[in-house]
Every structure is written in structure tokens, then in C-alpha cells.
Design a protein around this ligand. Structure first.
Ligand code: UT7
Length: 326
């Protein structure tokens, strides 16, 4: 069989800001309650970064842990891709700030903006460098301070989101070109700009010059989520040449427990294989998948050699999935 280069995950790390905000904390100033939030979303708490902690700091903390897990140092890193919607500054890219803060040498660094699907997009983009031997050690980071985008008078959105960061190190490793190879084995990415009005932030440097607040028609997004995600998961599995049923772990973007369960049901995935962090992390957008991956590696569920299916959907709409053997 022809040898191929694979982008192999050699380290994973996560970081959550210290402050925890419970549903009861929110109920003190928003017309909501713990029962509604838990029943409709599965969320019990979220982490919130203080105003003086920019997203780059969350990203750096997660990246340090991922590099340590991979046995690498910042000096090894030649590519940084940060998936984020909540950059420190309009420019430069968070990835270049991470590069400076970590002390990485001159290399490639840029951000990917695909909102909650950002991490899946970023993995596919980084694969374009790593699997072509254009990068020997890449950091792919999902990092968000979503609480900065909340309208705290809108109970339909402000209870859903949290802050955090997760990172993986990708390195090129020769494989056999079969499904037993470690690494990124396949992916499917999608976007449909006609659904933009259902989930967006009402500000930007080229419109009103403001950061803006998140606006969402939650039930409309919900209506599309299960169908869209299921199609992308099926397409990513086909791209990798695997059966969805052969996956060891399903690591979804953490938006709503009912979406996670709906996708698992539709695809016939055993719910014991679904990693959920929603109750503790809420929706951390591009950070939710690497954070969930980190948690399940640390608690011993996900082990080297396991076959993982990652999926997400978010503003744009964008959505996608990828298949990774750890
Ligand atoms: O990560 C990006 C992708 N985002 C998503 O995937 C989010 C997808 N959408 C969802 O997760 C759900 O649609 C929500 C959790 C946002 C909302 O759940 P829902 O079951 O679709 O509720 P709804 O928006 O249809 O609202 C039902 C009721 C409304 O009251 P009325 O009009 O029936 O009296 C809302 O005002 O629930 C009310 N409601 C709340 N009540 C207490 C909405 N938010 C809250 C709240 N607390 N926080």
C-alpha cells in the first residue's frame, strides 16, 4: 500500500477560566430558571473569563498543555491556526498573538472564522499543511470568550454560552493509507450563507464599527441542526472510508443536549459513545470540541488508537465533521 502522510494528534490540552457561573447565578438578573435551562439545553453552569483576560490568554494556556502532552516545546511550532469568533483585536490574528506569547519561532499563523464549526474547519485547514509536510508541528486551537458577545437582557441566548479554549498538536506521521492509520482520516465541511440571519453578531469593523451582540433564532437553528450535522457526519465517514457505527467516540460541538441526542439517534450511535461537557462548559463555540476531547482523554475514556468522530454546526450557517484516529 502507498505510504501517505497523516496529520496525527500527538497532544491535547484544555483551559477554562476560573470563574464558574451557575444557572442560579444568571437567574438573579435574567428572567430564567435552572429547571428551564437544564431541561431545554442540558447546561448547568459555564465558565466566564474576566474582562482583563483576552482570548489569546485562554488559547496560550490550552496550547501549553497540548505541547506538554505532545512532548514538544514552543520552539518546535511552525504553524498556528486559531479558530475563534472573539479575537483580542480586529487584527492581528489571535494566532500571531499566541505565537508571540508562547515564544514560537517565525512560522505560519492565522485565524479561522467559522464560528462554532471553527475547530472542525481549522483541523481540515491545518491538515492541508501537515499532511503535505509543510508543517512539522502545528497547533490547532479553538478559543472563545463568547460571554463578551452576550446581550444579558436576552434570555434566549445569554444562558447558553461560556468561555474556554482547547488545543491539539498535529504532527506528520507516515501511514499506510488505510483506516487503521492514526491521524485525520477524512472530513466534510459545509456552509449555507442564506441562513445567516438565524445566527449572527450585529456588529463588525466594516459595518457599524462595534463588536456587537449575538442574535439567534434558536428554534430555527435547532430545526436545521440535526439534519445538517447528520449529513456531514455521514459524508465525513464516507470520506474516511469508515462506518459511523465503527467509531469509538462521538465528540460533538456542545450546543444543546437535545441536538446531541437527536444526531446520535438519527445515526444509530450508542449514546454511551457520545462525549458531553455541556452541563459544565455550556456552549464554548469553537472551543467545545477540543475541550471535550481533552476531558475524555484525561478521565481515561479516550485512548490512543481510538477512532473519533468530531462534528459541529454554527453561524453562517457553517457545519462539518471529521474522522480522527488518535
Ligand atoms: O452553537 C451554535 C448553534 N446553536 C444552537 O445549536 C442552538 C440551537 N437552539 C437551541 O438550543 C434552542 O432552540 C434554545 C435552547 C435556544 C431554545 O429552546 P427552544 O426549546 O427552542 O425554546 P424557544 O426558543 O422555542 O422558546 C420556548 C419558550 C419561549 O416562551 P413562550 O414564548 O413559549 O412563552 C421563550 O421565551 O421558552 C422561553 N425561553 C426561556 N424561558 C426561561 C427562552 N429562553 C428562556 C430561558 N429561560 N433562558
Amino acid at each position: 500500500m502507498t505510504k501517505v502522510l497523516r496529520s496525527v494528534v500527538t497532544g491535547v490540552g484544555g483551559y477554562l477560566p476560573e470563574r464558574v457561573v451557575t444557572n442560579d447565578d444568571l437567574a438573579k438578573f435574567v428572567d430564567t430558571n435552572d429547571e428551564w435551562i437544564v431541561e431545554r439545553t442540558g447546561i448547568r453552569q459555564r465558565h466566564r473569563a474576566p474582562d482583563d483576560q483576552p482570548v489569546s490568554e485562554l488559547a496560550v494556556n490550552a496550547a501549553r498543555k497540548a505541547l506538554a502532552a505532545a512532548g514538544r516545546t514552543p520552539a518546535d511550532v511552525d504553524l498556528i491556526v486559531v479558530a475563534t469568533t472573539t479575537a483580542d483585536l480586529t487584527f492581528p490574528a489571535v494566532a500571531t498573538i499566541v505565537q508571540r506569547k508562547l515564544g514560537c519561532p517565525i512560522g505560519i499563523a492565522f485565524d479561522v472564522q467559522a464560528v462554532c464549526s471553527g475547530f472542525v474547519y481549522a483541523m481540515a485547514v491545518a491538515d492541508g499543511f501537515v499532511a503535505r509536510d509543510r508543517s512539522k508541528c502545528a497547533l490547532v486551537i479553538g478559543a472563545e470568550t463568547m460571554t463578551r458577545l452576550m446581550d444579558w437582557t436576552d434570555r434566549g441566548t445569554c444562558v447558553l454560552f461560556g468561555d474556554g479554549a482547547g488545543a491539539v498538536v498535529l504532527e506528520p506521521v507516515a501511514g499506510e493509507g488505510t483506516i487503521v492509520d492514526r491521524g485525520l482520516l477524512g472530513f466534510a465541511l459545509r456552509a449555507d450563507g442564506t441562513k445567516q440571519d438565524m445566527l449572527y453578531v450585529d456588529g463588525g469593523p466594516s459595518t457599524n464599527g462595534q463588536v456587537g451582540k449575538l442574535r439567534m433564532q434558536g428554534n430555527q437553528v435547532f430545526r436545521h441542526a440535526v439534519v445538517n450535522i447528520s449529513e456531514a457526519v455521514t459524508a465525513a465517514a464516507a470520506d474516511a472510508g469508515i462506518e459511523v457505527s465503527s467509531v469509538d467516540w462521538f465528540i460533538p460541538h456542545q450546543a444543546n443536549i437535545r441536538i446531541l441526542e437527536g444526531v446520535a439517534r438519527r445515526l444509530g450511535i450508542d449514546e454511551k459513545k457520545v462525549i458531553t461537557t455541556l452541563s459544565e462548559h455550556a456552549n464554548t463555540s469553537a472551543a467545545s470540541i477540543p475541550l471535550a476531547l481533552d476531558q475524555a482523554i484525561n478521565d481515561g475514556r479516550i485512548k490512543p488508537g481510538h477512532l473519533l468522530l468530531l462534528e459541529a454546526m454554527g453561524g453562517g450557517f457553517t457545519w462539518g465533521a471529521c474522522v480522527v484516529r488518535l
